[in-house]
Design a protein around this ligand. Structure first.
Ligand SMILES: Cc1cc2nc3c(=O)[nH]c(=O)nc-3n(C[C@H](O)[C@H](O)[C@H](O)COP(=O)(O)O)c2cc1C
Length: 357
């Protein structure tokens, strides 16, 4: 067996840390959002339609299994389980950053396994920092993006924005100049989704991304899995004192997910990701203006068990979403998008200030 590369080791470490340690942000901001109960819904539960169109594809429910993994052996099994479940329930799925396979083609299979399943919307994934030259490394361009897309027969390419993670991880990339122009170049060739990974998207950034031609925004906000927390644990294991400190300091950095959903609504479909833990959270995101919600960590936990466990988790989320739709008198996702949400502090402050930015 060849030695696993640094990237492969990091991926395995991320999954293990996320499964074993407490890596959540301190506060889940979905707690600040309430939907208004309708005591006379005047619809039948069985008539509720949870389907939605996202990036031209019809999903049975407004759910995305968020980009997580690939690039090492356990990643193949996790991706296979996630893809089988996504196909069975009819929801979208993203693979994790494909950098590992772009560097080492023998790892392609750990991502390409998702092609074996009829997932209605498949999303490729590369990192925004890799679109500009980083120390000693070349920048990824159109050809690399195309390889990533073809590898998983993707309908769209996610470009993830993760500078918080880069700054707290020992081997992180530090160059950020020119990234928006690089995203624009990719967006002129492929359908691109811009996605944060836990620190959220502000209004100004959303407007910049829209101008660059991206087709959707996944807000990846604060409130769920914190990559600063993940990197804190990694640094602690490696006795990397300064990085451990940075991870702890920035554990709760970012724009709360529900606030980011409102702020990033600039006329593109928004995916609400970050701390979504139930179908009620999904409903809250949609009432705030999202088209779909993304869930990562709970899907990883289920995928470690089996594809059936992922199906069960997805179906439970859909049942909760349906219950929330019934109790707000919403027979479709479009109707749910029209419902009022009551937002309390601190999330309401973020929305108010973020609009003035
Ligand atoms: C194990 C793991 C690996 C991840 N890797 C990626 C990645 O490669 N690319 C990406 O865009 N997001 C990645 N993410 C971030 C998730 O897609 C998501 O934005 C974040 O975990 C917040 O969702 P959650 O609170 O439901 O976990 C990863 C998350 C987890 C849990």
């Amino acid at each position: 067996m060849p030695e696993p590369s640094k990237t492969e080791q990091r991926k395995a470490e991320h999954v293990n840390i996320i499964l074993e340690e407490n890596v959540s942000a301190e506060y889940n901001f979905w707690n600040d959002v309430r939907l208004v109960h309708n005591a006379l819904p005047e619809i039948d539960l069985d008539d509720i339609d949870t389907s939605v169109k996202l990036l031209g594809k019809r999903l049975e429910a407004p759910l995305v299994i968020s980009s997580m993994t690939g690039g090492f052996s356990m990643g193949r099994e996790i991706n296979a389980n996630l893809a089988r479940a996504a196909a069975e329930v009819g929801v979208a799925m993203g693979v994790g950053s494909q950098r590992a396979a772009l560097e080492k083609p023998e790892l392609e299979d750990t991502y390409a396994v998702v092609r074996d399943h009829d997932v209605p919307l498949r999303l490729a994934n590369i990192g925004a920092p890799q679109l500009v030259p980083q120390a000693g490394k070349r920048a990824y361009g159109i050809a690399d993006a195309k390889r990533a897309i073809d590898m998983v027969a993707a309908d769209a390419l996610i470009v993830h924005l993760n500078y918080l993670q880069e700054i707290v991880q020992p081997e992180g990339d530090r160059r950020g100049k020119g990234v928006l122009a690089a995203i624009k170049a990719l967006a002129s060739r492929f359908p691109v989704v811009a996605k944060e990974t836990g620190a959220g998207i502000s209004r100004e950034v959303a407007l910049g991304l829209k101008k660059a031609g991206v087709r959707a925004i996944d807000v990846g906000g604060l409130g769920g899995t914190s990559f600063s927390a993940v990197e804190y644990y990694r640094a602690r294991k490696e006795a990397a004192g300064l990085k451990e400190r940075l991870g702890a300091t920035f554990w709760n950095w970012g724009i709360p997910t529900p606030a980011s959903v409102v702020l990033a609504s600039v006329g593109l479909p928004v995916i609400a990701t970050g701390g979504v833990r139930s179908g009620l959270d999904v409903a809250k995101g949609i009432a705030l203006g999202a088209t779909a919600a993304g869930i990562a960590k709970p899907m990883l936990e289920a995928a470690k068990v089996s594809a059936d466990a992922v199906v069960a988790e997805l179906r439970a989320v859909v049942e909760e979403l349906k219950a929330a739709m019934f109790l707000t008198g919403s027979s479709s996702i479009a109707e749910l998008q029209e419902r009022h949400a009551i937002v309390s502090r601190p999330t309401s402050d973020w929305i108010e200030l973020g609009h003035e930015e």
